[in-house]
Ligand binder design. Structure first.
Ligand SMILES: [Zn+2]
Length: 128
């Protein structure tokens, strides 16, 4: 397939804890919360940037949220050329966490979404 992109190779590794990966496989989204000061982190962190302690506990992120902004991806990055156009959005959850999700349904800023996963990615399904 002919594309007008320059081949690009990005190599980096994000090591998510197994607890997080296992939750995504179950359709759940986890964050970490500092036992000392209560700061909440998504993506999960081992150390608290707020108080400097490393006393985190896992918390379940609300599966209700609202689309803050979104982009329809028509120019796909390398490796995604064969995908149909897709929508990436920033969703603010009911518990005030901003996360990136693949949006299913008709996107609209302010639309309510139900958060789930497809086992690999976080999905925001537009409600009603
Ligand atoms: Zn803390």
């Amino acid at each position: 397939m002919q594309t007008d992109a320059i081949p690009l190779s990005l190599k980096y590794k994000i090591k998510y804890p197994d607890e997080f990966i296992d939750a995504v496989k179950r359709g759940e989204i986890l964050a970490t919360k500092c036992r000392n000061c209560g700061a909440v982190y998504f993506p999960p962190q081992r150390d608290c940037y707020n108080c400097g302690k490393s006393e985190m506990e896992w918390i379940k992120v609300s599966n209700e949220g609202e689309i803050m902004t979104y982009s329809i991806v028509t120019q796909k990055p390398q490796g995604f050329e064969e995908y149909a156009d897709y929508i990436i959005g920033i969703v603010k959850t009911k518990d005030n966490i901003n996360l990136m999700a693949w949006i299913k349904g008709q996107p609209k800023v302010g639309a309510r979404v139900r958060l789930t996963t497809d086992g690999v990615r976080i999905i925001g399904e537009v409600l009603g």
